[in-house]
Design a protein around this ligand. Structure first.
Ligand code: ITT
Length: 218
């Protein structure tokens, strides 16, 4: 059984389509390190959660990156949702000529077994900070590994990234969660889509598809 470490049932709902009955929600509020890239936050979270859980874990650290604000709220999206709120993020963006944005997620997997070391995950995020329109290849999920050190012992974490470009719009739709009502992709907001429709094109769907393929082989 794979533990999806999150306080957000919306994330688990989306993951179920890819991982079926292999996952369960592990409601553990892992300490989020202060870092400006999702990969570092997810990797550190997976390491902390692996210590607390009995078995393999995945952590999903996600954010909304608005071009006009140089990627804000990005890794601070959860805090901004709780403080400013989704409606006011729309109103802040409304006067901007360019309302392009991107959702991005990094899934970190840890089970205590070894993987090959790879570059610092910060490198992945910086390329994509502005949420610019990405090439078809770039829009797929990337995969990297990271070695982290835990009390002198190496605790490897494998990372799967997904991102999707879109535009900030006035809130529409009742589905999804978080910033879904103000994020439009190809004329439809994520909150107007079913879970299946959102998964087919979303940042999380892309990362989950990549992860599920790798995990299936494992
Ligand atoms: P956990 O950390 O417990 O997993 P969280 O909701 O706080 O739950 P994050 O730290 O990854 O998750 O914060 C991401 C923020 O971005 C949060 O405000 C989410 O609502 C929002 N978010 C992430 N993925 C999203 C998605 O697919 N659609 C809409 N909003 C999303």
């Amino acid at each position: 059984m794979l533990n999806f470490v999150t306080t957000n049932p919306g994330k688990v709902r989306e993951a179920t389509e890819y991982l079926d009955d292999e996952i369960r929600q592990f409601d553990f509020d892992y300490p989020e390190v202060q870092a400006d890239d999702l990969g570092t936050v997810a990797a550190e979270g997976a390491r902390a959660a692996y210590r607390a859980a009995d078995g393999p874990v995945i952590v999903d650290d996600a954010g909304l990156f608005i071009d006009a604000f140089d990627g804000f709220p990005g890794p601070y999206s959860s805090y901004v949702e709780d403080t400013v709120g989704v409606e006011r993020v729309w109103r802040m963006t409304e006067p901007e000529a360019d309302r392009a944005a991107a959702f991005k997620t990094v899934i970190a997997y840890c089970d205590g077994d070894g993987f090959e070391a790879t570059p610092d995950p910060g490198g992945i995020d910086r390329e994509d900070r502005r949420g610019q329109d990405l090439s078809a290849d770039d829009r797929g999920a990337a995969t990297t590994d990271e070695q982290v050190h835990d009390g002198g012992e190496t605790v490897p974490v494998k990372l799967f990234e997904g991102r999707v470009p879109g535009e900030i719009v006035a809130p529409r739709g009742e589905g999804g969660f978080g910033f879904d009502p103000i994020f439009e992709h190809d004329g439809t907001t994520f909150a107007e889509m079913s879970t299946e429709e959102k998964n087919a094109i979303s940042h999380r769907g892309r990362a989950l598809a990549k992860f599920a393929e790798w995990y299936g082989e494992r």
